[in-house]
Design a protein around this ligand. Sequence first.
Ligand code: GLN
Length: 304
Amino acid sequence: MQETLNRILENCRRYTLEGSVASYIPELGKANREEIGICVASEDGDYCAGDWDKAFTIQSIAKPIFLLLAVMDNGVDFVKQHVGVEATGKPFNAIDYAEPLLLREHINPMVNIGAIAVCGLVKAADNRERFERLMDFTRKITGNPDLKIDEEVYASEKRTGNKNRALGYLLKNSGMIYGSVEELLDVYFAMCSVKVTCKDLARMGLLLADHGLDRASGKQIIPKEDAVFMNAVLTTSGMYDGSGEFATRVGIPAKSGVGGGIMADCPGRMGIGIYSPALDKKGNSVAGIKMLEMLSRKLQLSIF
Ligand code: GLN
């Protein structure tokens, strides 16, 4: 496995030059687009290569965390009454949702509008508690008690995230956010700024691959049916409007973020964490997808 990862990483290094780092959140523009790392977590241990220990912000990989906790708090049916699970086919930050909001359709939780809505469904007395619960849960599912937010990225997105503000107020207008939009967006921005490594994402992937059962402690951290639900949502919409292409090329549940991370899992087999901040036009890591494609072919990971 170690040799396979080393080889795949070296083969894919050149693809980092085909993408560019996200700059709409100014602080993310400082990333080095040539960095590339991978980690595989499986029953027989962790295997890592390249810049696997470099910390970067989780960004949209916080979306499955919102969804998991919202579903664990309220049940799948309740969450589905608020947001749907159909892929939108739109960019992750699209704001043209007038009709879907009217019909309560296609507010997918793996793109910004649905993720902000679902973040608000996490049960808490106030947004401070909501953030603390989400952080605790993130530490639990990554097995990393030391996770913190990147204050610079958080401040940078808070300062410039007006499109997300627009989405928040659209949701509020449709009765889909209770309480303060600004406060809820603060939770959303802070959670997008959690600093992780490939290993953290691989561990989260392994937990989903094992349907919520933490093998080390024997604890069921996520109920099995919720983990299965999450994997299905990731398979159909985890890579934004690139999810169909990704399913045909790689064929496993995965979620990307504009920080350059991808969290993927092969049910029953392994979790995979990727970092490579050079992105394609849809906001997915170019070299990251290439590495997953090669790994999937080599180890026959596709669930199809
Ligand atoms: N924080 C980012 C945003 O809301 C997350 C987007 C992403 O990773 N695609 O714009």
